[in-house]
Design a protein around this ligand. Structure first.
Ligand SMILES: Cc1ncc(C[n+]2csc(CCOP(=O)(O)OP(=O)(O)O)c2C)c(N)n1
Ligand code: SF4
Ligand SMILES: [Mg+2]
Length: 273
């Protein structure tokens, strides 16, 4: 090997200025997410979606008056890493718990985070009735089309052809029924102020999802009724696909049925669409 003859001081960083692993992590960590361990799988889309929520809350200056109500699923474990008030609801019941908090303290920015299994299989009526009542809360559904935490079996949103633990060859409508489009269902209910579907499978969709979160919380702050944002998230473990193929799998197998975009908005303009 040829000897490097450049003066040594050019490539020696004084130890006081050298970035450590901890400082690199801190540089890229949003204000409202605590650096710490969590047990979600590599390649999971849920922390990315939750980061979009936290970034919107920070941007709108709502941190001090935000209350999150989590359902039960993989994302619940990540609630320990958030620097906002957190409550935990039973399966499917987060919108009702959020209703209680928001009615007692109407000035707060109350929001729910639930998976598709929790919100749409186990508690669909809760969010539908909240929407019809025009509850002034933000409901967020992380949609990976599987009950991720309990092993990856199909949910009501699983798309045709999607692999799950009990549709390993892909969902077949004749055997397993048809998927439900939850954002479309909510968009037709009077009482909602904002409905959108985002995704976190590429940088463009992450940026768009972040704008949707800002719009959803803006509508909530303006008292326009229920805001609903569905986010398509990768679950390589539950889909039985290699981690690095999960973003493309989402685009090819899931987003065709659950199209990304703003479905309804009472805001004067929705630039994210
Ligand atoms: C009453 C009850 N039923 C079922 C379960 C098991 N359980 C825990 S998490 C979960 C699924 C969550 O799926 P989803 O909401 O899609 O979230 P994900 O894990 O995919 O993020 C289930 C069925 C439970 N704990 N209690
Ligand atoms: S099972 Fe799926 S949803 Fe759960 S942490 Fe792993 S990748 Fe994420
Ligand atoms: Mg799920």
């Amino acid at each position: 090997m040829t000897e490097d003859r450049r003066p040594k001081e050019l490539f020696v960083i004084p130890s006081s200025e050298a970035p450590t692993d901890a400082s690199r992590v801190a540089d890229f960590t949003p204000d409202l997410i605590d650096v710490g361990e969590h047990h979600l799988c590599p390649g999971c889309g849920e922390p990315i979606a939750i980061r979009a929520v936290m970034d919107a809350i920070a941007l709108l200056g709502l941190a001090e008056k935000s209350v999150a109500v989590f359902g039960i699923g993989c994302s619940t474990a990540f609630s320990n890493n958030l620097d906002v008030e957190v409550l935990q609801a039973l399966h499917g019941r987060a919108p009702s718990v959020a209703t209680g908090v928001s009615r007692v303290r109407p000035g707060l920015a109350v929001f729910t985070i639930q998976g598709d299994g929790d919100m749409a299989n186990e508690g669909l009526q809760e969010v539908l009735h909240c929407a019809a009542r025009g509850e002034n809360i933000v409901c967020i559904m992380l949609n990976n089309g599987v009950f991720g935490e309990t092993g990856g079996h199909l949910t009501v949103t699983t798309t045709i052809g999607q692999r799950t633990k009990n549709t390993i060859e892909g969902r077949d409508a004749a055997k397993h029924g048809h998927p439900m489009r939850i954002a479309e269902l909510l968009a037709q209910i009077d009482g909602v102020g904002y409905v959108a579907r985002g995704a976190v499978n590429d940088a463009g969709n992450v940026a768009r999802t972040k704008r949707m979160m800002v719009e959803a919380f803006t509508a909530q702050q303006q008292g326009l009724g229920l805001s609903f944002v569905e986010v398509l998230t990768m679950c390589p473990t539950g889909w039985f696909v290699p981690t690095d193929e999960a973003p493309n799998y989402l685009a090819e197998t899931i987003a065709g049925t659950h199209a990304v975009g703003v479905l309804r908005s009472a805001l004067p303009s929705s630039p994210s669409d």
